[in-house]
Design a protein around this ligand. Sequence first.
Ligand code: ZN
Length: 81
Amino acid sequence: MTDFIVPGPLAEPMKFGVYTGIELEVQDAAAVPWTAQLGLEPPRYCGQCGRRMVVQVRPDGWRARCSRHGDVDSTELPDYR
Ligand SMILES: [Zn+2]
């Protein structure tokens, strides 16, 4: 707890499914596409607010932007490729 900056779209804890835009509390696991579960797809929705993000896919990754929570780039995330 060293800062109070706005959390990024994929910062934990997330409230919304990043592939569905559905609140995690009510999201059915089956709603998440199989390819997304494998980490093959970029997130489409902000994990903080559920807004649809603007996603740019590159050969080496992707970049996603929420209008409220800013950008996240796959190269900044060790869990994604
Ligand atoms: Zn957001």
